[in-house]
Design a protein around this ligand. Structure first.
Ligand code: ATP
Ligand code: MG
Length: 410
């Protein structure tokens, strides 16, 4: 039984309004699954037999969105609920209407259907449950409840075919198995090995969305490990397939750090994570005779970002942020005269300093630059001066050309 108190009130009111207008309406998918598993749903999605246009007419504050997958956003002051029309998936009756490409991938999916058809076009049995908060009944895939109790991710239909239609389902199976602590059905495992490579055809915008779901919802490290074990991490992170020890360490450190920040209620952004994930590739490309060459460094920033963008879009607003963090890495290595004061004042200082700490952790060797900056930022003017003078006395040479990156290279 689902406790209605755990359900978003606005979504219940939308369901009531749809039903008042003689349409069917249910909560569906992730929210029903999560409620059944005792988790707090991330969002509440609604499925209905009303077409997008009919939904749009009922709710003044609503908007039809999407092309590949048309649905309606219904909103109030602070919330937004997605209302999707029942769709007929890929059964023989409409096989010729679904628009697919040569590999079998569905490009357009806007053929309306009934609840039963809608059930079968969903990805996994545990995602194909529908809950009516008014009657408090659950309907949908006959095995959905069973598989929730068995803690198992099972494909609806042959996963090889379903993952060809939409290769992102491979990533979703892995993500859900970690999130719910469910095992992945054997057939799905095989389908991931067989069809995982089709992820290279998925649009970078869609993979960026998936990237965020996978790495920014508290399970980043676990998801990365499982993705790697299936050979899929390369479809989300563009560092070359042969990763150096430092690269792998930095990936793991930055994902672990993201998970920790979420637990501590600290802010997170894909920009920071991308800056960290791509850092090793950047410095490797910037080397010349064992040193960082600044000209190369600046040129490589765009190259490395572009490579990532080919696989997951990197929204424009993050690009200058990422570059700032990278350039600040160089500045953090330069502690002469007034430079540390300038660096400290930079609006991205904190993020850059966080990346420095991660880099140090990823080298497995004790380094003191991070500690120096920890002291420098937290202490008063006298100690700040002393910290800079101390470097002079110890005769620590720091010129913009010689950075201490040797630990980070292959
Ligand atoms: P979460 O929101 O926690 O990531 P979710 O299951 O709600 O999980 P959504 O992406 O919000 O995932 O999708 C809502 C529902 O739509 C899913 O539960 C599933 O039934 C269906 N769905 C989503 N993506 C696909 C897909 N690629 N193929 C088939 N069905 C899908
Ligand atoms: Mg959802």
């Amino acid at each position: 039984m689902i406790d209605n108190k755990k359900i978003n009130k606005f979504s219940i009111s939308i369901i009531k309004d749809l039903q008042k207008n003689n349409f069917q309406a249910y909560l569906v998918g992730g929210c029903v699954r999560d409620l059944m598993c005792g988790l707090e749903p991330k969002d509440f999605d609604i499925a209905t037999d009303a077409t997008p246009e009919q939904v749009r007419k009922i709710f003044k504050a609503s908007r039809i969105i999407g092309r590949r997958f048309k649905l309606v956003h219904v909103f109030n002051r602070s919330e937004l609920i997605e209302v999707a029309t029942f769709r007929a998936g890929d059964d023989s009756s409409n096989n010729n209407n679904l628009i697919k490409d040569t590999s079998g991938k569905i490009i357009r999916d806007n053929i309306w259907g009934d609840l039963e058809q809608d059930t079968y076009r969903r990805d996994f049995t545990v995602n194909a449950l529908y809950y009516c908060p008014i009657s408090q009944k659950i309907v949908g895939h006959k095995d959905g409840m069973k598989h929730i109790h068995e803690k198992s991710i099972v494909s609806i239909g042959d996963p090889v075919k379903r993952f060809s239609e939409d290769p992102v389902r491979s990533l979703r199976a892995i993500r859900f198995s970690n999130k719910l602590n469910f095992k992945i059905d054997k057939d799905i495992k095989e389908a991931i090995y067989e069809k995982g490579h089709l992820l290279s055809d998925i649009s970078n915008a869609r993979l960026f969305d998936e990237f965020c779901k996978i790495f920014l919802s508290g399970m980043a490290e676990k998801n990365f490990n499982k993705l790697s074990s299936y050979g899929l991490s390369k479809y989300l992170i563009s560092t070359d397939s042969e990763r150096s020890e430092f690269t792998t360490n930095l990936i793991v450190e930055s994902l672990r750090n993201t998970d920790k920040r979420l637990i501590n209620g600290q802010s997170i952004t894909p920009g920071f994570l991308i800056a960290a994930l791509l850092w090793p590739g950047l410095i490797e490309r910037s080397l010349s005779k064992g040193e960082i060459n600044l000209r190369k460094f600046f040129r490589s920033m765009d190259y490395v970002l572009r490579n990532q963008q080919k696989i997951t879009a990197v929204p424009r607003k993050f690009q200058s942020y990422i570059k700032d963090i990278w350039v600040l890495q160089l500045k953090l290595h330069s502690r002469i005269g007034k430079q540390p004061y300038k660096t400290l004042k930079h609006p991205r200082f904190r993020a850059a300093y966080d990346l420095l700490l991660l880099r140090e952790r990823a080298t497995n060797k004790k380094q003191d630059l991070g500690k120096w900056w920890t002291d420098f930022q937290k202490n008063d003017e006298n100690i700040k001066k002393a910290l800079i003078n101390d470097l002079k006395e110890k005769n620590i040479q720091e010129t913009p050309k010689i950075f201490g990156f040797s630990e980070e290279l292959r």
